[in-house]
Design a protein around this ligand. Structure first.
Ligand code: DHE
Length: 533
């Protein structure tokens, strides 16, 4: 019995984290009771990440913002800090249990759900009024049309690179975690960046200065700039809104992403400019509707269920105040591609459940309905699609996030023409009207992430590869004349690698901190067929 009592006591102490048979110090409060995560957050994190976890000097710490960061990785950052940032390590200051409690806390939704109202958008805006007097010509010597804007994700900077000499012109800090392609004003002078935390920054490339900033949402997908340069639109996951701003980032109108009957609210997957239609096209993630918001002064007003007053409807028909024209769909769209005329959207939804099928569809924006299925399997990344001529037909080619293949689709009858096998699933694809080749990555494949595959657009065969063994090599963009290809060596001590677009030989290497995407001003503003829109 004595032995059993001793054993029971020993087990009880072990379960309390104490050792049997040895004198124990008095436990401190933090080892007996579970740590108070909200209090710890306010004490150690709120100053940089905001009392509501909406971000401040540091990024937002909400489940939506942390979706791309696994918890063990977050714990590592909390313990050791992030080099080259203000984020210090807390390993010495907080116990393991306190760090664990904080990590669990930041992955919990904020209650009540955070709001981002018009007044918050307006209050967040900054604008340099002196920018109106800055010279209207580049203050540096290089072809402004052949400039590359390179987003460096490693230390959240942007580099500007001369596309003729491949020499850097300037480097500046960006907002944390930019996502999506930056968008340009039609003359190529201004560039607009969108961050995952909802910040939009307008930068004057000719004067190398920031013009304006605004926070359009708490968790944002991307931004679009109208073909006439007058409007900027932001797509948000949080809150469920599309935000229309003028070219200097002043709030014009907020659209709540709700179904026509107002019953269902939706995250917004993305917004794109459809310049020839003078409209923005908006994909909703949770409601089966595709929206088109016109900025054409001649567009007839859209009367939707939310507008009852005729005079009100007339007022909102003015450019910038238009309602959304809704195309009902069978399934929501996440990602899409426009045909050359911008009449059709080729779209796909990411599978809703593990193992469910991918749903590709073709939507005619004029007749406002789905007109065809899209024969495309896996998980095509249609936003990265490109178009070109092949044997007298106009075709589009899209990489695939799930399978190592490029799907080639006939843009006249929407049939599948070819599946080109690549070494692994990839994110991006690029070409240029003056190049015979298209380049794609396999960055989703651990084994083939180091390989760029080069496809002959005439034979639709894979003809060459370039590799950086063991590293990630992805996202290319051509120079204005299509003679060179710039690729990202996607590592912290990475580089921009310049290849000859015909011989595939390396020409130059410019060191960079995890270069993510790069964008050629001319290819972007001319909507070059081989680049993303
Ligand atoms: Fe992106 C563009 C969606 C994850 C880097 N990405 C886009 C666009 C969309 C999109 C809708 C087009 C917007 C635009 O350019 O205006 N991206 C998604 C996703 O749904 C996905 C799979 C999950 C998510 O977390 O959002 C996703 N994207 C990533 C990444 O993990 C990438 C590789 C790294 C990162 O920094 O986030 C990434 N996405 C990019 C880049 C572009 C992009 C570099 C612009 C490509 C271009 O050449 O235009």
């Amino acid at each position: 019995l004595k032995i059993l009592i001793k054993l029971g006591l020993a087990l009880a102490l072990v379960s309390l984290g104490l050792e049997y048979g040895r004198a124990q110090p008095l436990p401190s409060p933090s080892t007996t009771s579970s740590p108070d995560a909200p209090a710890l957050y306010q004490q150690h994190c709120a100053a940089c990440h905001g009392a509501q976890r909406l971000g401040g000097m540091g990024p937002a710490l909400l489940p939506e913002s942390l979706e791309r960061l696994r918890k063990p990785e977050a714990l590592k950052v909390m313990g050791a800090g992030r080099p080259a940032t203000q984020m210090q390590g807390f390993a010495g200051k907080l116990s393991e249990a306190e760090l664990q409690a904080l990590a669990a806390y930041i992955y919990q939704p904020v209650q009540p759900a955070p709001q981002w109202r018009d007044a918050d958008i307006q209050a967040s805006r900054s604008f340099d009024a002196a920018s109106r007097d800055w010279p209207a010509r580049p203050q540096w010597r290089a072809d402004p049309m052949n400039l590359f804007v390179v987003v460096e994700g490693g230390d959240h900077h942007v580099s500007l690179v001369d596309g003729d000499s491949f020499e850097p012109i300037h480097r500046f800090a960006s907002r944390f975690a930019l996502h999506g392609g930056p968008k340009f004003s039609p003359d190529g002078r201004y560039v607009y960046f969108g961050s995952r935390d909802g910040w939009i920054s307008k930068y004057d490339l000719w004067n190398l200065k920031l013009v304006a900033e605004v926070r359009a949402g708490i968790n944002m997908r991307n931004v679009a700039v109208s073909g006439d340069g007058r409007w900027v639109m932001a797509a948000n996951y949080l809150p469920h809104t599309v935000v229309l701003l003028d070219a200097d980032l002043q709030l014009v109108k907020r659209f709540d992403a709700r179904s026509l009957d107002g019953q269902q609210s939706s995250r917004v997957s993305a917004v794109y400019d459809a310049a020839p239609r003078r409209s923005f096209v908006v994909a909703l993630k949770d409601v089966a509707e595709l929206w088109e918001i016109s900025y054409d002064p001649k567009a007839p007003p859209i009367y939707d269920g939310l507008v009852h007053d005729y005079r009100m409807a007339e007022a909102i028909a003015k450019p910038g105040y238009q309602n959304a024209r809704r195309t009902p769909l069978d399934e929501p769209l996440d990602d899409f591609f426009f045909d050359d005329a911008y009449t059709h959207v080729l779209g796909a939804a990411r599978p809703r459940a593990e193992g469910s099928a991918m749903l590709g569809q073709v939507v005619n924006l004029d007749v406002r309905r789905k007109i065809s299925n899209l024969p495309i399997a896996g998980m095509p990344h249609l936003g990265s699609g490109i178009s070109f001529d092949w044997q007298g037909r106009r075709v589009m080619a899209s990489p695939n996030l799930k399978d190592g293949r490029i799907s080639v689709i006939d843009l006249k009858n929407w049939s599948a023409l070819r599946e080109i096998t690549t070494p692994g699933p990839g994110f991006f694809m690029r070409s240029h009207a003056k190049s015979r080749y298209a380049w794609t990555d396999s960055m989703m494949s651990p084994a083939a992430k180091d390989t760029l595959s080069i496809i002959d657009k005439q034979t639709l065969e894979l003809v060459a590869q370039v590799r950086e063994p063991g590293k990630t090599l992805a996202h290319v963009e051509f120079t204005k004349d299509g003679r060179y290809v710039l690729a990202s060596l996607w590592e912290m001590d990475g580089a921009l690698i310049v290849y000859d677009a015909a011989s595939f030989k390396e020409v130059k290497r410019i060191p960079m901190s995890k270069p993510v995407g790069k964008y050629n001003v001319w290819n972007k503003i001319s909507r070059e067929e081989g680049t993303s829109h």
